[in-house]
Design a protein around this ligand. Sequence first.
Ligand SMILES: O=P(O)(O)OC[C@H]1O[C@H](OP(=O)(O)OP(=O)(O)O)[C@H](O)[C@@H]1O
Ligand SMILES: O=C(O)c1cc(=O)[nH]c(=O)[nH]1
Ligand SMILES: [Mg+2]
Length: 196
Amino acid sequence: MTPEQVLAEFRDAQALLEGHFILSSGLHSGVFLQKMAIFSDPVRTERLCKALAAAITERFGPVDIVVSPAIGGIVPGYETARHLGARAIFVERDPGGPFTLRRGFSIPAGTRAVIVEDIVTTGLSARECRASLAGEAGEIVGAACLIDRSGGRGEIGLPLVTLVTLDIPAYPADALPPELAALPAVKPGSRVMHKT
Ligand SMILES: O=P(O)(O)OC[C@H]1O[C@H](OP(=O)(O)OP(=O)(O)O)[C@H](O)[C@@H]1O
Ligand SMILES: O=C(O)c1cc(=O)[nH]c(=O)[nH]1
Ligand SMILES: [Mg+2]
């Protein structure tokens, strides 16, 4: 799939939103990729994740396990795993807490795992996912996402494959451009933000 075809899927699904959004990292942005508008359509999701699975195989070789950060990563992780012939597991948070591997999931010795994210903005969630797997015996060989909106600057500590790299501006709360500050902010994701 070309980057243009991937972006057309997001556009056609009305997943490219404009407004004022508070992102998982706490940064603010005028653009939000509403991945659930994609994942609510199994056929569209299959097209994208089949392409992501091919990119994963090309870059990392055979993979036994896909591990994804909940909630956004669960559907693309499962669908990508289906095309890889791999298992699909996920890490999840207790409210406000770190990611944890629960439900009897593990990455056993001798297995090769890939982290599959939906969107990478700063890489924080994928990095936290990776950290939560430090005690697992298998090897985490890399990470993958549908769209990397960090301009390639997201830091995960693993090689990242993506279908599209975009460079979408995101701002700290105290450095908003006036046109963004004028709009009411919404926070679409599931991470609980704590006031400091
Ligand atoms: O690279 P980052 O700066 O971490 O941003 C990207 C993350 O933000 C979203 O998750 P979010 O925590 O909003 O919750 P969700 O998965 O439930 O949508 C998205 O699913 C990625 O996991
Ligand atoms: O950084 C995020 O939280 C984020 C950005 C985006 O475009 N889409 C999304 O689901 N999360
Ligand atoms: Mg997420």
